[in-house]
Design a protein around this ligand. Sequence first.
Ligand SMILES: CC(C)(COP(=O)(O)OP(=O)(O)OC[C@H]1O[C@@H](n2cnc3c(N)ncnc32)[C@H](O)[C@@H]1OP(=O)(O)O)[C@@H](O)C(=O)NCCC(=O)NCCS
Length: 177
Amino acid sequence: MQLLETFHTKRLKANRLCVEDYTDLCLMHSNSMVMETLGGTRTNDLTWQFLQTNLDHWNCYGFGLWMFRDKADGRFVGRGGFRKTQVDGKDEVELAYALMPKFWGKGLATEIGEEILTLGFEKLGLADVVCYTLTTNQASQKVMEKLGFRYEGDFIKANLIHVLFRVTDPRCLCSIS
Ligand SMILES: CC(C)(COP(=O)(O)OP(=O)(O)OC[C@H]1O[C@@H](n2cnc3c(N)ncnc32)[C@H](O)[C@@H]1OP(=O)(O)O)[C@@H](O)C(=O)NCCC(=O)NCCS
C-alpha cells in the first residue's frame, strides 16, 4: 500500500525504513544525547541488527518504522513508527520516536506522532496504542500527553522502571458515548 511507504507531515517527509538508512541510523545510534533514554549508544554492528529486525518487522506485520527528513533540504531528522511489543506479557503496539538533538524543541516529535497515530487508527485499524519511557524522560512524557495518551501505570523493562501511557482511537470513544 503506497500510503504506508511514504507520507508527509507539515514539515517532514516520511519513508518506510530501508537498508539505505543504515548510515543515518548509525549517526543517531552513536549520539549519546539521543541514546541516553534508549539504552545507551549502539555500535554499528548492533545498528545493523536493529535495521534487520525492523525490516523483518515491516515484512511480518505490514507496518514499522519510518525515517523522517526535512521536506525543504532533506536533512535526516529522526525515526518513528509502530512496533509490536509485550508489556507484562500482553501483546501491544507501541508508538516509538527519536529525533536528532538539533531538531528537538520545535514540536517535531508531536507532529510526527500525530501523523503516525492517525495512520494507525484510520489505515491500520489499531484500536489502541501504548507508549512508554523512563520515569525521568519528561520531554517524551510531554509529547505523549500532547498526543492524547493517558498514564496507565509503571512497569519494568530491561530492569528499569518505565511509565506506560495509552491512547485509544478517538472514533471508538465517540461510538461508545
Ligand atoms: C523525546 C523527544 C522525541 C522529544 O522531541 P521534540 O521534537 O523535542 O518534542 P516536542 O517539541 O514535540 O515536544 C516536547 C515537549 O516537551 C517539553 N520538554 C522538553 N524537555 C522537557 C523537560 N526536561 N521537562 C519537561 N518538559 C520538557 C517541551 O517544552 C515540549 O512541550 P511544549 O510543546 O508544551 O513546550 C526527543 O527529545 C528525543 O528524540 N529524545 C531522545 C529519544 C527519546 O527519548 N525518545 C522517546 C523514547 S519513548
